[in-house]
Design a protein around this ligand. Structure first.
Ligand code: SF4
Ligand code: SF4
Length: 183
């Protein structure tokens, strides 16, 4: 029943994605699978399949797609963009889906990480790794990682808990402001 309702909505979601800066070619996808076979993430995250993701957008499975944690695992390597024979730019479509999810205030580790990452750069001019980690997965999530934080500390890899903004943070903030104002 849910699937049937989503199919009725297919043209709306497809057009919504097609209207994003790099989404215009989604209609030309031939489901050849070149993107998926080029994607380094799929080997590690079987739930992420970029060919199927494009198909789900075209089916109109809007809520299913935008609430899928797998869309946050794309590394933006753009191997799929380089190899797609129809110039669909599937990696850019994943990015567009993330923007839509953020704009709607969707929750989850992925959206929280994206917001914490952007806030950290805005405030410090660079990533404050401890803060981004804690805001993404919470203290409980860090505890769930078990011995990993301890092992990182023993190898001198533990991110500092102290915030150290760049001296040039004002320049970074000016760049962010300019990017946000550009069309
Ligand atoms: S490579 Fe391009 S045409 Fe082929 S399935 Fe992926 S997005 Fe579609
Ligand atoms: S850009 Fe994302 S979807 Fe495309 S190949 Fe790289 S990790 Fe996979």
């Amino acid at each position: 029943m849910v699937l049937a309702a989503s199919r009725v909505d297919a043209p709306a979601f497809w057009k919504e994605v097609a209207a994003t800066p790099h989404g215009g070619a989604i209609a030309t996808c031939i489901q050849c699978g070149t993107c998926t076979s080029s994607c380094p993430v799929e080997a590690h995250v079987p739930d992420f399949n970029v060919r199927r993701l494009v198909a789900r957008v075209k089916l109109g499975l809007r809520d299913d797609v935008l609430s899928d944690p797998a869309i946050w695992t794309c590394t933006r390597c753009f191997a799929c963009v380089a190899r797609c024979p129809k110039h669909v730019e599937p990696g850019e479509i994943v990015e567009a889906l993330r923007h839509l999810a953020l704009r709607e205030g969707r929750d989850g580790v992925g959206p929280r990480h994206a917001r914490a990452f952007a806030d950290s750069v805005r405030e410090n001019g660079r990533i404050h790794e401890s803060r981004v980690t804690i805001e993404s997965i919470g203290v409980a999530g860090v505890v769930r990682e078990g011995l990993l934080p301890v092992r990182m500390a023993l190898h001198g890899k533990m991110p500092s808990l102290r915030r150290r903004p760049l001296e040039t943070v004002a320049e970074v903030q000016a760049l962010i402001a300019a990017a946000e104002e550009s069309p």
